[in-house]
Write a protein that binds this ligand. Structure first.
Ligand code: PEP
Ligand code: MG
Length: 807
């Protein structure tokens, strides 16, 4: 952090200004030294003036900082500061600032407390008058920099430059950046003000491209304000993106069905299950029951947000950000605050309270029309989910079918769409929705042909075979045989390639290429994609919606279905990885301050060892009934004692191969000890990266940190690889990184013997491995490891591989 020297003619003035500035940053304040006055008279009274030696001494006292900013009041203070530069003995970088003394000091202290560099702090201090002059009309306050407005709030003004303005994705980005901080945003065109933590309130601002927004933050929310400014300046990452096609606005007056996701498919119609019932008004709750009802509402909303976040974690790309945005709505104060007030003030029951609050939010969004109005489907979806939890209703959801079908619905919630399996849901047809509805966006990202605004589609009886053309919007009943054959040929051509041969380097060094799956359907698809086995069976995915622990028989049946897809092949079952982004209501704590660092994974067995033992017994029973080579591993292991415990519990039920995931830096650093205690390990690069880089994997904004190419992460993986060579304990990788062909080569060079990934990636990874020798892998890994940054590591690997393929 930088240091600051306040040079003033008056000690009292300097001390008062410094004290005022420091009040802005109760924690992490920079060091601020005062060099004021020119000594004291014989009678002790201060001599007004400045003294260069005092200024130099103050600078030298800050020699160990990252730079010193000197702020001066007037006249000779400037001369003294200039002279002081010749008197200092330290080599610390010093900048004399022309900023106004009081405003500049406040701005500099606040900015420096956020860890900003000397130049940034200086620039901040120098623009500290903008807010005041803008307010007094002397200058348009257009600079996208924050300034201190009075002593209470920071205010910044910025202009929206992204094509769609403050639509749902930017709103979610802003709300995520702000979380619980005290930040408001005012749309200067309309004067409307929104709590920046509320995505729906932000949407309701209706701020468009070219509109000016004014961001006002409590001093402690300085970094949040800066983040918003950075997002706006970056156009929310949308400046270069291809824009959605012009909206024909079918929600307003659907003249005819609209194709919103291209591709053709044929299949029998299946209708979407029922939705939640509108809760009755009922009688007012007694005063004494209201606090508990509020708590019930909050718990239900938290659970829904958690479930949506879980789905988001399992989704990719656009589907992921849309689901995260929907999850934010479940925590949105614009939805929850009025509902809480209705319960507390009028005794409304929680289901009705959230129903009414959602109606108000939906009405506000609807009134804005266009794309914003299409977000009402998301609000209703969140409402239905909360009401379903509160009333114990089961949401219809997407029907489970083994055979492919065309899903027909009034509308689809993004959360339903995001989890659709393109292998079974071959096309979507909805009566409502528009081309920019989230359902349409997600359908496009999943490559599922989709048609919206197909009025009357629910009138097509279930089982009727239809042709859906997601480009033209055609939905044709009973297509002729020639059309059906043509569509089947198109689908076959589009299917991802199957893994051609078992994984191996060019010179025959075997590298097992395995699949990550979550259920039997995934296992079947993985087998079809040519996976040599399963390297990660995320068993918790089977039980995400459960409020009670699954029984033994139910588990045995589910595990057998997975094992049956890989006879004689390896299947690694991970024990329930509950917690953090995958809460299991029957196992995890309701609220933790830092769930990713909380009681998750193996740690849940501290409280509920019987759940782990029951699962292990069920796995053993299922394994005994099938021929798959079943191995078991536990997630979130950090110590040798935990590793030993896993092995002991597995052995106790007769499971022969017991391993652990390496997901914590602690486990990687102590790899020699841990590997010696288990039969195998699998590196979970997703978590290993988030914990090594201390960067929440759910926060897109930290993607540059959540990068497995980061040197610190590669180093830990190298350490585990080396421990594997020393102990003879096999090591695999089962995080997303294993699906990156470049990283796959690096991992093999670091001693990794198996790679487990989404089945789609198998053939690409197999192809790259077959093009290199094991020695190439070792050489490339060494180059990646020697790089100082993630970008350099990636570039070194890419260029080494490029040279091999050219040569
Ligand atoms: C990982 O952390 O890399 C991993 C494979 O586990 P999950 O993504 O399920 O946490
Ligand atoms: Mg993990």
């Amino acid at each position: 952090m930088i240091g600051i020297v306040a040079v003033s003619h008056s000690l009292q003035l300097a001390e008062a200004a410094v004290s005022l500035a420091l009040q802005m940053v109760p924690t992490a304040a920079p060091r601020v030294l005062v060099a004021a006055g020119a000594g004291v008279e014989k009678d002790g009274s201060p001599i007004v003036g400045t003294d260069a030696t005092r200024v130099a001494a103050a600078i030298d006292a800050l020699a160990d900082t990252d730079g010193v900013l000197v702020l001066m009041d007037l006249g000779s203070a400037v001369l003294s500061a200039e002279l002081a530069l010749e008197l200092t003995t330290s080599s610390v970088e010093v900048r004399l600032s022309s900023a106004p003394f009081v405003e500049g000091l406040l701005a500099a202290v606040v900015r420096a407390s956020g860890g900003a560099a000397l130049a940034e702090v200086a620039a901040e201090a120098e623009s500290a008058l903008l807010s005041k002059s803008g307010q007094l009309g002397e200058q348009a306050a257009a600079a996208p920099e924050a300034s201190v407005s009075g002593a209470e709030r920071l205010v910044a003004v910025a202009v929206l430059t992204n094509p769609l303005g403050l639509h749902v994705r930017p709103a979610a980005l802003v709300a995520t950046a702000v979380r619980t901080a005290d930040v408001t945003i005012r749309a200067t065109r309309t004067g409307a003000v929104a709590n920046a933590a509320s995505p729906t309130a932000l949407l309701a601002l209706g701020a468009r491209r070219g509109d000016q927004i004014e961001i006002s933050a409590a001093p402690a929310a300085r970094s949040e304000l800066d983040r918003i400014l950075a997002l706006v300046a970056d156009g929310f990452g949308e400046l270069d993106a291809a824009q959605p096609e012009p909206a024909p606005s079918p929600t307003a007056a659907p003249a005819r069905p609209v194709g919103v996701s291209p591709g053709r498919a044929v299949g029998p119609v299946v209708h979407l299950g029922s939705t939640v019932e509108e809760p009755a008004r009922g009688r007012a709750l007694a005063e004494g029951a209201r606090v508990a009802e509020v708590a019930r509402l909050r718990a239900a909303a938290t659970r829904v947000a958690g479930e949506l976040e879980t789905r988001a974690a399992a989704a990719r790309g656009e589907a992921r950000s849309i689901l995260m945005a929907t999850a934010l709505m479940a925590r949105d104060p614009a939805l929850l605050d009025p509902a809480v007030a209705a319960i507390a003030d009028r005794g409304t029951a929680a289901p009705r309270a959230v129903w009414d609050a959602a109606a108000e939010v939906a009405q506000t969004l609807e009134a804005l029309g266009g794309r914003i109005a299409e977000r009402t489907a998301d609000v209703r979806d969140v409402r239905d989910r909360i009401v379903a939890v509160l009333t114990g209703q089961v949401l219809g959801g997407v029907p489970e079918r083994a055979d492919p079908f065309v899903l027909v619905a009034r509308d689809l919630a993004p959360a339903d769409t995001a989890t659709l399996d393109p292998a079974t849901v071959v096309a979507l047809v909805t009566e409502e929705g528009g081309p920019t509805s989230h359902t349409a966006i997600i359908a496009r990202s999943l490559g599922i042909p989709a048609v919206v605004a197909a009025t009357g589609a629910l009138g097509i009886p279930e089982g009727t075979v239809v042709l859906v053309d997601g480009a033209t919007g055609e939905v044709r009943r009973d297509p002729d045989a020639a059309t059906v054959a043509a569509v089947a040929a198109e689908a076959a051509a589009a299917r991802p390639a199957r893994l051609a041969a078992p994984g191996a380097t060019r010179d025959g060094h075997p590298v097992a290429l395995l699949a990550n799956i979550g259920d039997a359907r995934g296992a079947t698809a993985a087998a079809e994609a040519g996976a040599e086995g399963v390297g990660l069976f995320r068993s918790e995915f089977l039980f995400l919606d459960r409020t009670d622990a699954p029984g033994r028989a139910e588990q045995v049946e589910a595990y057998r279905a997975v094992f049956a897809a890989f006879p004689e092949r390896k299947v690694v079952v991970r024990t329930l990885d509950a917690g953090a982004d995958k809460p299991l209501p029957f196992l995890t704590a309701d609220a933790e301050e830092n769930p990713a660092l909380g009681v998750r994974g193996l740690r849940t067995a501290r409280r509920r060892p019987e759940v782990l033992d029951e699962q292990l017994a069920a796995i053993a029973e299922a394994a005994a009934a099938e021929t798959a080579q079943v191995q078991v591993m536990a997630p979130m292991v950090a110590t040798l004692e935990e590793a030993r415990e896993v092995v002991a519990r597995c052995r106790a039920v007769g499971l022969e191969s017991a391993g652990i995931m390496i997901e914590t830096p602690a486990a990687a650093i102590r790899a020699d000890d841990l590997l010696a205690a288990v039969d195998f390990v699998s590196i979970g690069t997703n978590d290993l990266t988030q914990y090594t880089m201390a960067a929440d994997r759910m926060i897109g904004e930290l993607a540059d940190l959540n990068d497995p190419w980061q040197p610190a992460v590669l180093q830990l993986i190298a350490d585990v690889g080396a421990a594997s060579q020393r102990t003879g304990t096999p090591v695999g990788v089962c995080g997303e990184a294993a699906a990156d062909p470049l990283l796959a080569v690096v991992f093999v060079g670091l001693g990794v013997g198996s790679l487990s990934m989404t089945p789609r990636a198998l053939s690409a990874v197999g192809e790259v491995l077959a093009s290199v020798s094991r020695a190439d892998c070792v050489r490339i890994a060494a180059a990646a490891l020697a790089a100082s940054t993630a970008a350099d590591a990636r570039a070194a690997t890419a260029s080494a591989l490029g040279a091999i393929s050219l040569g």
